[in-house]
Ligand binder design. Structure first.
Ligand SMILES: Cc1cc2nc3c(=O)[nH]c(=O)nc-3n(C[C@H](O)[C@H](O)[C@H](O)COP(=O)(O)O)c2cc1C
Length: 188
């Protein structure tokens, strides 16, 4: 009887160890090629594109939230003294970000999304990039705009993550789900 009980206990312990092992292996497998979609969006357009992208690319989603939110007045590009105009005139401005990506080290591909402001990326994207070490990671910029292309985006983004393997920025304005899928596949 005692022997039978001992055997049962041993079997349970062995099974538990196997399950634990399998979970650890799965964890390390998926950690090997994790993808993050990080984005800043002032009025929701880039957010929509980023959510769609994260779903299709099977990626985690992270919103780059400004410590001080942008008000409609801040976003008025016709106003020479609005916050966005002043920030974009000063390429060294670094608006603070409210939160941080937990364990950036686990991602080897990072999509970074933003609206085009004055033909380039808002400087809060530089703040975001400068918070982490992107050495060896693939960084894929994407954007939405009122019609402009990427402009000189890369001239200002590259120095904020010099060790990254940069991919050319992608315009996601009006991109259908199928187009997005084939773009994601083309990156593999
Ligand atoms: C301050 C500011 C500057 C902008 N500059 C440009 C620009 O140079 N070219 C352009 O096509 N759209 C420009 N836009 C429009 C945005 O890029 C466009 O509306 C974008 O899709 C907004 O994305 P969001 O809703 O994620 O913030 C600008 C918008 C703002 C607020």
């Amino acid at each position: 009887m005692k022997q039978k009980l001992l055997l049962t206990v041993i079997t349970i312990v062995a099974l538990a160890a196997m399950v634990g092992n399998a979970q650890t292996n799965n964890q390390s497998m998926s950690d090997k090629s994790k993808t993050l979609v990080a984005y800043f969006s002032a009025t929701g357009t880039t957010m929509e594109a980023a959510s769609k992208l994260a779903k299709l690319a099977d990626a985690d989603l992270f919103e780059i939230v400004p410590e001080i939110p942008y008000t409609p007045a801040d976003l008025n590009w016709r106003d020479k003294s609005s916050r966005s105009t002043l920030e974009m005139q000063d390429k060294s401005s670094r608006p603070a970000v409210a939160s941080k990506v937990e364990n950036m080290a686990q991602y080897d591909t990072v999509f970074v999304g933003y609206p085009i402001w004055w033909y380039i990326a808002p400087t809060i994207i530089n703040t975001f990039l400068e918070q982490y070490d992107f050495t060896g990671k693939t960084v894929i910029p994407f954007f939405t705009s009122g019609g402009s292309g990427a402009g000189e985006t890369m001239k200002y983004l590259r120095p904020s993550a010099p060790g990254a393997n940069w991919v050319d920025p992608k315009n996601l304005n009006y991109m259908s789900e199928n187009e997005m899928k084939s773009w994601i596949n083309s990156l593999k």
